[in-house]
Design a protein around this ligand. Structure first.
Ligand code: XMP
Length: 638
């Protein structure tokens, strides 16, 4: 880390706790400008070396007691400022505008009118598609600013040429804002007039030197290899930096891997030059043993339903199994190092609480549970990819000569199928009859009577307005009982409906469309849920379905594709239903559901349904396709 080349021109990102702060970071770096991230409360003096400031979005309201504190002199040090979402509300509030709570809630892609004279929008057309994700809104433009963008009567952009301060209510950093990258480039090059290019050169050498400095000639490193590109790059860099006898690779099969995955990983890893490579089959330990986390005894995974507890247990168990294996090799983390493929976004989000002091936690990542944080604080964790984003890691993988199979591999979350087995003891409680009638009526009207909706009986995780949500699943069914082939469905219309429903009804965050096994509206009233837990049987069933889904649907246009299993039955003794999830994204911070017939052939969907029915039809009641974007849902269901 010591030998980084830091360019003169650099931009400070002030983090107000937004989920997209790391995407701002990635996009600005992609545009060749060096960035550093600070907590919102950083003093204006610390920013004197920076060329410009970007204020991120965040979950707070500017007028709330818990709103992030800031040094108001940041607006007096003569730096150009871009405020995004919460950042724009803060600018507006600071300069005498009016920010109103829940004035106009918008989650999802929206069209806005822009003033093309504002240099931020240079080269764009008067109407642009952008991603909105906010509850509060700016009602009155701040003094000395002009309105640079709007949706109806809501201000979507403010601009002061005099101060070189610009604010946007939407998120230019995410892909759903179609010309967002150009807007950021306009800010950096036209408003801030930056010239430097931060070329991310010598990455491999820098990383290799860092490893040698820290580990020395006698040190040992245990690297956890999951099979994904991130840990494979870490393992390859360690092999390049150290003698083979200093590096120990461990692959843990927690019983929640995909079909045949562990075999494939172990074959691939030996070609990296990992001589000391161990595979540990630890399903029994993960599923059936309790574990102590922060002094509290947690029950075995097979008895737990809460998504965050499941994640905490799996993450902590990873370390326990690694630690036990290391001890058998006479390695102990008092002196040895644990290496992980953690990326810059993970560290931004969680590695340094000072950086993201206000962020609303969406999910606990397996490489950042308490025990790993403690080890990191003690300086025992090596994270070779600490300064890289996902796309950069893929490039490094290719530079290191890793198999394309690994370099371009779709992400697989550390907790594996554990977060795709939706566990519960029984049905979740539903909103009152009036609300259910309203959502039914809304769906029928919006779909011209083509679909009806059912709410519950399970919940899944989502992200709305920078906050975590854990809300009911809603499922859509064709109103006609006659089978409808995927080719006949108007998918884009369905996806618009999937955006409207959670925007209008705050008790749902995810919408899935039933492809097979659908009940009539009358029968849907009897949809039941007997609960589900993680066990060998449920994991095996999901593994089988996931394999069918991936083989049929995955292609280079799709960033991630998998199956989810949940306890929902439309009558008749079958306990489970499953959903197909396929998303298009490159940053994974926002995503859209892949459109059948556009992103992959509708036949592939039809084949998937047939194959699932042939293989495990006796256990599966209904088969769904998840039509929700992120936001309001997340890619994974938990
Ligand atoms: P979500 O579900 O938050 O996921 O939209 C975004 C991306 O992150 C992956 N993911 C994880 N990856 N450990 C990981 O290494 C985790 O605990 C984890 N949880 C989610 C997810 O698969 C998607 O690619």
């Amino acid at each position: 880390m010591s030998d980084r080349r830091i360019p003169k021109e650099k931009v400070a990102i002030l983090d107000c706790g937004g989920q997209y702060t790391k995407v701002i970071d990635r996009k600005v770096r992609e545009l060749g400008v060096y960035t550093e991230i600070f907590p919102m409360g950083v003093s204006s003096e610390s920013l004197s070396d920076f060329s410009a400031l970007i204020l991120s979005g965040g979950p707070s309201s500017v007028w709330a007691n818990e709103a992030p504190k800031y040094d108001d002199r940041i607006f007096e040090i003569g730096k150009p400022v871009l405020g995004i979402c919460y950042g724009m509300q803060l600018i507006s509030n600071h300069f005498g505008g009016e920010v109103i709570p829940a004035y106009k809630t918008e989650y999802g892609q929206t069209e806005i009118d822009i003033d093309v004279e504002c240099p931020l929008f240079s080269g764009l057309s008067p109407r642009e598609k952008v991603l909105m994700s906010h509850g509060d809104a700016v009602k009155k433009c701040p003094d000395g600013f002009s309105v640079a963008a709007s949706t109806g009567d809501v201000t979507a952009g403010v601009w002061s040429a005099e101060h070189k301060i610009v604010g946007v209510q939407f998120h230019p950093e995410v892909e759903l804002t179609e010309n967002g990258l150009l807007m950021l480039e306009n800010f950096l090059r036209k408003i801030c007039c930056l010239k430097d290019v931060y070329a991310l050169e010598d990455r491999i050498e820098t990383s290799v030197n860092m490893i040698r400095d820290r580990v020395g000639d006698d040190g040992k490193v245990v690297v956890l290899v999951s099979g994904g590109v991130d840990s494979a790059v870490t393992a390859a860099l360690l092999c390049r930096a150290l003698r083979p006898d200093q590096v120990y690779g461990i692959h843990i099969d927690h019983g929640l891997m995909r079909k045949n995955e562990s075999d494939l990983i172990c074959e691939n890893l030996s070609s990296l030059g990992l001589v000391n490579m161990q595979r540990i089959n630890a399903e029994d330990e993960f599923f059936n043993k309790s574990i102590t986390i922060d002094g509290k005894v947690y029950p075995p995974l097979s008895e737990v339903c809460d998504p965050e507890k499941k994640r905490a247990i799996i993450g902590s168990m990873f370390f326990k199994v690694t630690d036990d294996a290391a001890r058998k090799l006479n390695i102990d983390f008092e002196t040895a190092y644990l290496a992980q493929g953690t990326l810059r976004p993970d560290l931004i989000e969680s590695g340094n609480p000072d950086v993201s002091g206000y962020a609303n936690k969406i999910k606990t990542h397996h490489n950042d549970v308490g025990v790993i944080r403690t080890l990191r604080d003690r300086g025992r964790v090596i994270e070779t990819n600490w300064d890289w984003h996902k796309d950069e890691v893929r490039k490094v993988a290719r530079m290191l000569g890793l198999d394309e199979e690994i370099a371009s591999r779709q992400p697989f979350p550390g907790p594996g199928l554990g977060v795709r087995l939706i566990c519960c003891e029984g049905p979740e409680s539903l909103p009152d009859e009036k609300k259910l009638a309203e959502i039914a009526c809304f769906t029928r009207d919006k779909s011209d009577g083509n679909y009806f909706i059912h709410v519950g009986p399970i919940r899944s995780v989502g992200v709305q307005g920078d906050c975590r949500s854990y809300k009911l699943l809603s499922t859509l069914y064709p109103a006609s009982k006659a089978p409808i082939s995927p080719r006949e469905v108007d998918w884009e219309k369905l996806m618009r409906l999937a955006l409207d429903i959670p925007n209008k009804f705050d008790f749902v965050n995810r919408v899935a469309y039933c492809l097979d096994g659908y009940p009539t509206e009358r029968e849907s009233a009897a949809i039941s849920c007997d609960g589900m837990h993680i066990c060998h049987e449920s994991a095996d069933l999901l593994r089988e379905i996931d394999d069918i889904v991936t083989h049929n649907i995955m292609n280079p246009k799709i960033a991630q594709c998998f199956a989810v299993l949940f306890p929902m039955s439309a009558g008749g003794g079958k306990k489970y239903s499953c959903a197909i999830r396929a998303v298009c994204t490159s940053d994974f911070m926002t995503a859209r559901s892949a459109v059948p017939g556009k992103d992959f052939p509708t036949e592939a969907l039809a084949n998937t349904v047939t194959e699932i029915k042939n293989a495990v039809g006796e256990k599966i009641s209904m088969i769904f396709y998840d039509v929700t974007g992120k936001p309001p849902a997340t890619v994974e269901w938990e």
